[in-house]
Design a protein around this ligand. Structure first.
Ligand SMILES: Cc1ncc(COP(=O)(O)O)c(C=O)c1O
Length: 366
């Protein structure tokens, strides 16, 4: 006799939404020469952030402040909201799980786009929600179809990422605002802005914390270059933010992560420089794609999704031929989007390798 799992957990497959590059390296028994698949920021954190981590490393014996007081206050003044409008957590991924837990129980309908960020779906499955997916249209999340699905299903939760992963496309603030205005007040929108810093200002609606049915999520993983530290935050109306405090892991944050995020937020000059480098790297990836006869989809993120021009099997073959050549990239999997591969920005030396290997991978792909 074994301890008995609750039926919901027993029924779930034990999958990992993303197989990490480390797992791939173990499997192929070799390291990648270009790590361009996980939408990380290879330009790294600011020197001021590294110095702050080094300065405080010896304090690791202390638990982190469970209220995230300093970071929350710094974020609040940066965003012109009150600290009570912000919850800090171990990355957007963790906050997504906490939000899903607040609005979803077994059988609850939850709306998202088919092929959108899979970690959200993973959390919905973990709480027994019923995912309702809407196909992309013209490589963008289809706002009017998402809204129709919300209304049809009377869904209490809808997820939308702007800009989006895996296509890198985005909507303008006016469109997002119209979507929010049309949402039933009983439906919570999770607006995932993980790539907000690399997107045009015109894509970001002004923060309006009087909207009790919008949670905006942001991260230090992308433009700030701190994916491994795990720090994200959600912005929303006070009552909705307070709900996170009822269930979050109060000692989940790492002390050095709090210090790193605080230092990163202070160094907006570095952020501006890095965003410039990300945009230049995006342009270079697009140029490499086009030099090989492929179409790069315009992106507002830290990656570029490249249309390989044929079907999903062909794009998968291109991806595998790149991986064989030590270039780690990923690809969208949903029908229609699966004709693409997705290449994250990186240092020039890594993009040089991508530039050398892409024509060879295309020649070898079938
Ligand atoms: C849309 C989106 N949301 C969230 C995340 C993860 O953010 P974090 O590192 O803060 O958990 C990613 C990372 O790829 C992403 O693409």
């Amino acid at each position: 006799m074994n301890p008995k799992l609750v039926p919901l957990i027993d029924s779930l497959p034990s999958t990992v939404p993303f197989v990490g590059p480390e797992a791939l390296e173990r499997k192929r028994n070799g390291l990648f020469r270009a790590r361009l698949g996980a939408n990380e920021n290879g330009f790294g954190p600011a020197p001021s952030v590294i110095a702050a981590i080094q300065k405080h490393a010896a304090e690791s014996w202390k638990y982190a402040d469970p209220e995230n007081f300093d970071l929350k206050h710094a974020l609040a003044s940066h965003l012109h909201v009150a600290p009570s409008n912000i919850v800090v957590g171990e990355g957007v991924d963790t906050l997504l799980g906490l939000a899903v837990r607040q609005y979803v129980s077994e059988g609850t309908p939850v709306v998202t786009s088919l092929g959108a960020y899979p970690t959200f779906n993973f959390h919905v499955a973990g709480f027994g929600g019923r995912l309702i997916t809407v196909p992309y249209r013209d490589d963008r999340e289809d706002l009017s179809a998402l809204l129709d699905a919300v209304k049809r299903e009377n869904a209490p939760l809808v997820y939308f990422s702007n800009p989006d992963n895996p296509m890198g496309t985005w909507w303008d603030a006016d469109d997002v605002e119209r979507f929010i205005d049309a949402l039933p007040p009983t439906t919570m929108l999770i607006l995932d802005e993980a790539y907000g810093e690399t997107a045009p200002a015109s894509s970001k609606p002004a923060i309006d914390i009087s909207r009790s049915n919008v949670l905006r999520m942001r991260t230090f993983s992308k433009a700030y270059g701190l994916a491994g530290m795990r720090c994200g935050y959600a912005i929303g109306a006070q009552q909705q933010i307070t709900a996170f405090d009822k269930i979050r892991n109060h000692f989940g944050m790492n002390k050095l992560t709090q210090i790193a995020a605080l230092a990163a937020l202070k160094d907006q000059d570095y952020l501006r420089q890095v965003v410039g480098k990300i945009i230049a790297a995006r342009d270079r990836i697009s140029a490499i794609a086009e030099a090989n006869g492929l179409k790069a989809i315009p992106s507002a993120t830290n990656f570029v999704t490249i249309d390989c021009g044929k079907d999903g099997a062909y794009a998968l073959s291109v991806l595998n031929r790149l991986i064989e050549r030590d270039v780690f990239v990923r690809k969208p999997m949903a029908p229609g989007l699966d004709r693409c591969i997705r290449v994250s920005v990186g240092l020039d030396a890594e993009l040089d390798i991508f530039e050398q290997q892409l024509p060879l991978a295309l020649q070898a792909a079938s």
